[in-house]
Write a protein that binds this ligand. Structure first.
Ligand SMILES: Nc1nc2c(ncn2[C@@H]2O[C@H](COP(=O)(O)OP(=O)(O)OP(=O)(O)O)[C@@H](O)[C@H]2O)c(=O)[nH]1
Ligand SMILES: [Mg+2]
Length: 318
């Protein structure tokens, strides 16, 4: 590794914001040297706690993240926030994807915020988010919060990165909690009922409890339900306590490592899939074919897809 690069890494690891921003762009844009950078950073990761915060659009995720970030700052912890595909303004009126104004909102350099507003980004949104979290972790942030709109598989893949997942519900979301994707319910380590200043918070709580009584999690943890009014800062201390409670449970039961292994199993598969596909694409190019041309040939029954895939895969292996 050359000198300039070494210095960059050192500045990054000491928490320098410009070095951090440069590293994040390199990784996100897959610019030259992105994978070498991640390789160099990986040994310095694994120290940050990662909290995933998910919930329906407008549930109050950003407001809650903002409150939590300030609470943790008061305790001297540094915070990194990754806002994935925010659909509404982050506190303070920053507009979608407007990273500069978002960061401006926090005059405190102990809070670093990055938005990822690019669906269909290279290697997928979950992968890109994971890489950004890795860089933040290596930069020495104590805590990383990832905000995602809880709507689909992408979000489930993203929260899988987190050590702790907080699912935010709000009163009046429809008939019942069942309307939330079952997958999202299953990943909750902690439930928050935000906007508890509105009617119906008790109903939501009752329904979550009813669902909980039906299934026992394999780690035997019963996710607590915390009621908050994020906009007023009510209940956010209790949420912090609930988070700490789950952390100590993970430690006590030796579950942290196990959870990590499970996460990596999924992530490795994903990374392998990406890498293999890239290789196959390169092989197709080398063969002078294109996906479209091959597809046309198959559609016209000029060749069969089974042999074609075998050919590409065995070529790519060489
Ligand atoms: N009444 C009430 N309003 C709240 C509460 N928490 C947040 N809000 C308001 O709800 C709106 C949405 O809040 P956000 O924090 O932007 O919600 P979000 O989940 O991040 O939204 P997206 O990122 O767009 O999905 C804002 O106008 C908040 O001020 C609450 O506890 N009670
Ligand atoms: Mg938001």
């Amino acid at each position: 590794m050359n000198n300039d690069r070494q210095q960059w890494l050192e500045r990054l690891r000491s928490g320098d914001a410009r070095a951090l921003a440069r590293a994040l762009s390199t990784v996100e844009n897959r610019s030259a040297g992105w994978s070498d950078l991640l390789k160099a950073l990986f040994p310095h990761t694994g120290k940050a706690r990662v909290i995933g915060i998910t919930g329906a659009p407008g549930a109050g995720k950003s407001t809650l993240v903002d409150r939590l970030a300030k609470q943790y700052r008061k305790k001297g912890q540094t915070v990194g926030i990754i806002a994935v595909d925010p659909t509404s303004p982050y506190t303070g009126g920053a507009i979608l994807g407007d990273r500069i104004r978002m960061q401006d909102h926090y005059s405190d350099p102990g809070i670093f915020i990055r938005s990822m507003a690019t669906r269909g980004s290279l290697g997928g949104l979950a992968r890109a988010t994971a890489d950004v979290a890795t860089v933040l972790d290596a930069s020495g942030r104590d805590l990383i919060m990832i905000e995602t709109v809880g709507v689909g598989q992408d979000e489930i893949d993203i929260v899988r990165l987190a050590d702790i997942t907080v699912v935010i519900l709000v009163p009046g979301m429809g008939d019942d909690v069942q309307t939330i994707k079952a997958g999202i319910m299953e990943i909750a380590d902690i439930f928050v009922i935000n906007k508890s200043d509105r009617d119906g918070a008790e109903n939501v709580e009752r329904e979550v409890r009813a669902m909980q009584s039906l299934v026992m999690r394999h780690d035997r943890w019963t996710p607590p339900i915390v009621k908050t009014v994020a906009s007023e800062g009510t209940g956010t201390e209790q949420l912090e306590e609930a988070i700490a409670g789950y952390e100590s449970y993970l430690q006590k039961e030796n579950l942290a490592l196990k959870k990590n292994v499970e996460n990596w199993q999924e992530r490795l598969l994903e990374m392998l899939r990406d890498a293999m596909l890239e290789k196959a694409r390169a092989q197709m190019d080398a063969d002078g074919g294109s996906l479209k041309r091959y597809a046309a040939e198959i559609a016209e029954h000029k060749r069969d897809p089974y042999s074609l895939v075998e050919e590409i895969v065995s070529g790519a292996r060489k």
